[in-house]
Design a protein around this ligand. Structure first.
Ligand code: RM4
Ligand code: MN
Length: 384
């Protein structure tokens, strides 16, 4: 695909929870004007799409986004020019899950967790969502606490039951995370574990790469290349981290890494919409205003995509074939060091958008309006 075709067809999915209050383990700092319900989250997400033109999908988190009528929420999204996307399950916030959800040694608790996952598929049936994203906080804190092998058996059993329940156009996306909240073993800690489960499940099971979920120094683009080769890359959860998982804006910590990842996506055919890769943000904005932070993040992904598309692939392949180490590296760096912002500004102008989304949003008065209007009620946040 040409660069223009990729940039025109790119769709970046926004997480509903990015618009709600969030914080660290120590403190949630509320912000003025934060949505009180999923409908208002959709309104805010639609602003991001309005100014960037490439973020028309909003992912939901159940139960944070539970509503009586998901059909009405889907209609509300359509009215705002966006649509509902991935359904993210949550089996990590209930007292019962202290020792795990689907891998809990207690069969009753496993059943409860599975019932929630089924409920998520029911929601997908109504919203028309393609993907069910599963992230499990399951694991152990102490050696000997539980059987590593038995927990894998329980995981496999639960995943198989959910997979069985999927419609033919639905997918199960299994996310991994090295550690936290479990500190000794995590039941799905890495891409290998996720991959093995997905291979066993079948075609409709794919891996989610959350860029914040690796040990420092991990070569994420290598993982991306491997998963693409095997047709098992289902989704990205984009964010940045400096130390452990901390959901900072994608491209903030290491824009070069983001570029390297997207270069692998390109050469692996991942920008072709038929590859079915969900390019999602999974972020929380604890100290910065949320809507502009999402706009900035979308732009960061777009800029890294444009740079990845600038890599002169024939020149790269020629240098690689000739064993020209420095030449090959220079081809990559030339693309990375290019300023693609004017190109993206032109692309926006062509689509009738303001060339500068950050400034256009700031000028719009939306932030002032929601601050004035959203008074009373309970602000949405973790657990609400
Ligand atoms: C997890 C994981 C999931 C996200 C939750 C809120 O660490 O990244 O994708 O849904 O956090
Ligand atoms: Mn994630």
């Amino acid at each position: 695909m040409t660069s223009t075709a990729v940039l025109r067809s790119q769709e970046i999915e926004l997480p509903s929870w990015a618009f709600a209050n969030s914080g660290t383990r120590f403190k949630v700092f509320p912000q003025a004007g934060v949505p009180r319900d999923p409908f208002e989250k959709i309104d805010d997400a639609a602003q991001v799409h309005k100014y960037t033109g490439v973020a028309p999908i909003v992912a939901l988190h159940i139960p944070w986004d539970r509503v009586d009528d998901f059909g009405a929420l889907a209609v509300h999204a359509a009215d705002r020019g966006v649509r509902l996307g991935t359904i993210n399950a949550n089996v990590f916030q209930d007292n019962d899950y202290m020792l795990g959800s689907v891998t809990n040694p207690d069969a009753g608790i496993r059943k409860k967790a599975l019932a929630h996952l089924f409920e998520c598929v029911d929601v997908m049936d109504v919203t028309g969502s393609r993907d069910l994203k599963l992230w499990f906080g399951d694991g152990t804190n102490y050696p000997g606490q539980d059987s590593i092998r038995a927990r894998q058996d329980r995981m496999a059993e639960a995943l198989a039951a959910v997979y069985e329940r999927l419609g033919e156009n639905q997918r199960l996306i299994l996310e991994y995370k090295l550690f936290e909240p479990a500190f000794y073993t995590t039941d799905v800690p890495d891409w290998g574990t996720s991959y093995v489960h997905c291979v066993r499940l079948g075609e409709q099971a794919k891996v989610c790469v959350d860029t914040g979920h690796h040990a420092p120094g991990t070569n994420i683009e290598f993982i991306v290349a491997m998963l693409l080769r095997e047709g098992k890359l289902g989704a990205f959860d984009f964010n940045s981290r400096f130390y452990a998982d901390d959901d900072l804006m994608v491209g903030a910590a290491d824009p070069f890494q983001l570029f390297r990842i997207l270069h692998e996506v390109r050469v692996g055919g991942g920008f072709d919409p038929a590859a079915g890769i969900a390019f999602m943000l999974d972020q929380c904005h604890n100290i910065e205003p949320k809507i502009p932070a999402q706009i900035r993040s979308v732009m960061n992904v777009q800029e890294a995509t444009a740079k990845a598309m600038l890599v002169d692939l024939p020149a790269l392949e020629a240098a690689q074939a000739a064993g020209d180490v420095l030449g090959a590296n220079a081809v990559l760096m030339d693309a990375y060091n290019s300023d693609v912002r004017p190109q993206l500004a032109d692309l926006r102008a062509e689509q009738g958008l303001d060339p500068d989304p950050m400034a256009a949003y700031a000028r719009s008065g939306y932030a002032e309006r929601i601050t004035a209007e959203r008074v009373g009620g309970v602000q949405a946040g973790w657990g609400a």
